[in-house]
Design a protein around this ligand. Structure first.
Ligand code: SF4
Ligand code: SF4
Length: 450
């Protein structure tokens, strides 16, 4: 393999120290045989051409950290931060390297080792107190819509420390989604049952908790793309399901990806306790949340009681497309004349391994032509808040994605994750493309409505 290009990583002699780093597992790291077959599946490697930005390079760096040849403050470890966590490499690796486990061990370790910076304190506050606070999120969503109307770069004029942030705000404007008007579309309120066209006999369901499907409506999804949740409920109702929406909290994915595992655990416990009072499948409309909810057990590997409860909870989690594809629409003929491409969100395709269900739903739409998309399963560069923190790499990854989307000639792209919706929308605006970016369930719902 090519050498990693940081001098600091090369000047130390190999040593098996493991000083204070018991969490990096040798067996996992040494399962990589450095064949490089994962490199063409890695968006950051494709965007930069750097070995250190590849899965193989990152595993090599973490092995150096494990053996004590580099320390946690080594600048080379920034290449771990720039990993999208998309798991394209894990799917591509013929040797079965568990890259997700490796990353899950590395992130909290690095976050902890770097101590409490101002930025980390702010992020911890957002993960623990903003994202789980539904009312506050709605208020922020409202303020966001106002800022969007004014323009983020104009908003900076009202901020005292604007000069330092002005470039960031300009960059972030590139990722600001056009939030649809919510005049007729309120956010899905938790703790309500949505069964307007419920076909089950009323006596079957006494309370929302007894519904056969519970909706995990997500925080970003419900604030920015609540049309997806409404469409999901309508489609579930069309299949005869009763849908409960418990007063859930944030899934904890953003906290876990930032290495703030204690916050992710707290949120996970709340969700597990809440959904244990309900029955049925838990349908998730956001691929990122679904991936996290399906993997709660990893948060409690040293806690047998919660681990068991987490396994029980996760066994009920399904992406909304899985639930709908397994069901049957009792009436109606979905129809729409459109050329559509499908972008497979990483957390749906690589982490949850849900590949067929969204395509099966789209194929139900008469008149719709599904156009193949090159590198359909490659990350778009969104990755939670990655695009706000590593904006340049994110844009480089996005530009490649947009090039392939443009080549399809479609005017509509479907994808199952709010981050991807936001990112591809921003990419279309950047390129001046007229492109509709929607969740597959929105298209199917529209097609049913004619
Ligand atoms: S992660 Fe897998 S595919 Fe990539 S270099 Fe290692 S063994 Fe090869
Ligand atoms: S998770 Fe994605 S970005 Fe990170 S190394 Fe693997 S393929 Fe590359």
């Amino acid at each position: 393999m090519e050498p990693i290009m940081h001098d600091s990583a090369q000047k130390h002699a190999p040593a098996e120290k493991q000083q204070g780093l018991p969490l990096l597992n040798r067996e996992l790291l040494e399962s990589c045989i450095h064949c490089g077959l994962c490199l063409p599946a890695c968006p950051t490697y494709l965007a930069s051409g750097l070995e250190a930005e590849s899965p193989r390079g990152r595993i090599y760096l973490l092995n150096l950290l494990r053996t004590g040849e580099i320390q946690t403050d080594d600048p080379a470890l920034e290449h771990i931060d720039t990993c999208l966590g998309c798991m394209g490499c894990q799917t591509a690796c013929p040797s079965g390297v568990k890259y997700e486990k490796i990353l899950n061990q590395a992130r909290p370790l690095l976050a902890e080792a770097r101590g409490k910076s101002g930025g980390r304190t702010v992020l911890r506050f957002v993960f623990s107190s903003v994202l789980p606070n539904y009312a506050l999120l709605r208020l922020l969503g409202f303020l966001y819509i106002i800022a969007q109307k004014i323009g983020l770069t104009k908003v900076r004029a009202f901020i005292p420390f604007a000069p330092r942030w002005s470039q960031r705000l300009s960059q972030w404007q590139a990722f600001s989604p056009q939030v649809p008007s919510r005049k007729n579309l309120p956010a899905i309120s938790p703790a309500r049952v949505r069964d307007e066209s419920n076909r089950l006999p009323p006596s079957t369901v006494a309370t929302p908790e007894q519904c056969d499907v519970q909706l995990f409506s997500g925080c970003v999804m419900d604030i920015l793309y609540n049309g997806v949740n409404h469409a999901s409920v309508r489609l579930l109702n069309r299949q005869g399901h009763c849908v409960g929406i418990p007063a859930q909290t944030c899934c904890g994915a953003l906290a876990a990806h930032a290495g703030e595992v204690d916050i992710a655990r707290d949120l996970a416990r709340k969700n597990i306790e809440l959904f244990e009072k309900t029955t049925g499948d838990i349908a998730v409309t956001s691929a990122g949340c679904g991936a996290m909810l399906k993997e709660y057990k990893h948060l409690f590997e040293n806690d047998p009681l919660w681990n068991e409860r987490a396994i029980g909870f996760s066994s009920r989690i399904k992406d909304i497309t899985e639930v709908l594809a397994a069901g049957k629409f009792v009436d109606g003929h979905p129809r729409m004349n459109a050329k559509i491409a499908y972008h497979a969100a990483c957390h749906l395709t690589h982490v949850q391994k849900v590949k067929e269900a969204p395509l099966a739903l789209l194929s139900l739409i008469e008149g719709a032509e599904l156009v193949p998309l090159e590198e359909q399963e490659h990350c778009c560069g969104s990755a939670g808040i990655y695009n706000l923190i590593h904006t340049e790499t994110s844009l480089a990854v996005l530009d490649r994605k947009m090039k392939f989307i443009e080549e399809t000639g479609v005017s509509c792209i479907a994808t199952g994750n709010p981050g991807c919706l936001l990112q591809i929308q921003a990419g279309a605006a950047r390129q001046g493309m007229t492109l509709r970016v929607v969740h597959p369930v929105e298209l199917l719902d529209e097609a049913f409505a004619g």
